[in-house]
Design a protein around this ligand. Structure first.
Ligand code: CP
Length: 340
């Protein structure tokens, strides 16, 4: 069977992404009634983390457990990942032992290197370029909080802040699905031409729209969802004064900014958040915030994604075949010579 990786939502059609969301919704309903089917019984997930994580780690590990499988947490220093062993060898060896690999890597090239050699699905759990599992979860959350009378293609999503890996992914999935996406940021922190070109190509195919502006008030005026992310990340500590000066106070999502948005507008954040920096407590904890629904949906999306990629690849032997092998091993053990 051909292996399919989940590295970038651009590798999937709009229909495929919506199919993944439909599957996720079925699994979420089953979860709500305590009936998650054990579709991945006996399956193993290797989780490689080059950076810390709360949501990604916990959601994948719990998803595997609830589906009847098992997850292994692998961090640098405990496995050979491009140190003492090539990335290709790590991918080939893990592929012989587990059914799926999820990796959070510092560099996008690392996940591409793993996927190039793995013969089991590789899932991108965030790189310096993108965060595709997060944004599938975000679209699902938007569908659940869609204003009355609107369809997905009517939704207006405004991302305020730095052109992060989450921005790139959100811009690409929204435009692929025919939504109307706006990014508001100082010119220096707007997305590079290559990202814009991909999003514009998506819009031509889907009927979506892309707006990039430094005028944050006009950007939120028609927004159904206002989304933000951290203004700096690990490795950008030297840039903090410059970044803070560029974004604060104009691009902070606070009650004053949300007064310019429609009353029904919801606030989203992939988390972790720096409260008091890119968003105030008042907004994070206020009635427009859906950030914890968004976090919970990571669990449901990971389940959908794991089932989607792994279930069709699992062997499902008949009861007779299982019994045949169990009896053979049992007969061997009953010879009694093993420990005598
Ligand atoms: N949103 C997200 O990926 O969170 P973690 O960094 O905690 O995994």
């Amino acid at each position: 069977m051909t292996v399919r990786h989940f590295i970038d939502t651009q590798d999937f059609t709009a229909a495929e992404l919506l199919q993944l969301i439909d599957l996720t919704l079925l699994l979420k309903e089953a979860d709500r009634q305590g009936c998650t089917p054990k579709l991945l019984e006996g399956a193993s997930l290797a989780m490689i983390f080059e950076e810390p994580s709360t949501r990604t780690r916990v959601s994948f590990e719990v998803a595997m457990a609830e589906l009847g499988g098992h997850a292994l947490y692998l961090k640098p220093g405990e496995i050979h990942l491009g140190v003492r062993e090539s990335l290709a060898d790590t991918a080939r060896v893990l592929s012989r032992m587990v059914d799926v690999i999820m990796a959070r890597t510092l560099k996008h090239a690392t996940i591409l290197g793993l996927a190039a050699e793995a013969i089991v699905p590789v899932i991108n759990g965030l790189t310096d370029y993108n965060h595709p599992t997060q944004v599938v979860c975000d679209v699902l959350t938007m569908m659940e909080h869609m204003p009355a009378g609107k369809r997905l293609q009517d939704l207006r999503v405004t991302f305020v802040g730095d052109a992060t890996n989450v921005l790139s992914s959100l811009m690409l999935i929204c435009t692929r699905l025919g939504m109307h996406f706006t990014h508001a940021a100082p010119v220096k922190y707007q997305p590079p031409a290559a990202w814009r070109a991909m999003a514009e190509a998506n819009c031509r195919a889907s009927g979506g729209t892309l707006t990039i502006t430094d005028d944050v008030v006009s950007a939120v005026r028609d927004a159904d969802f206002v989304y933000t992310d951290l203004w700096w990340w690990v490795g950008q500590e030297d840039e903090i004064p410059e970044r803070r000066a560029a974004f604060m106070p104009v691009y902070q999502v606070n009650a004053e900014l949300l007064r310019h948005a429609p009353a029904h507008c919801k606030f989203m954040h992939c988390l972790p958040a720096s409260r008091g920096v890119e968003v105030t407590d008042e907004v994070m904890d206020g009635p427009q915030s859906i950030v914890y629904d968004q976090s919970e949906n990571r669990l449901h999306v990971e389940k959908g994604l794991l089932v989607w990629l792994v279930y069709p690849r699992l062997k499902r032997p008949s009861a007779e075949l299982r019994a045949y092998h169990a009896a053979r091993v049992q007969a061997f053990l009953e010879q009694g010579s093993l420990w005598s």
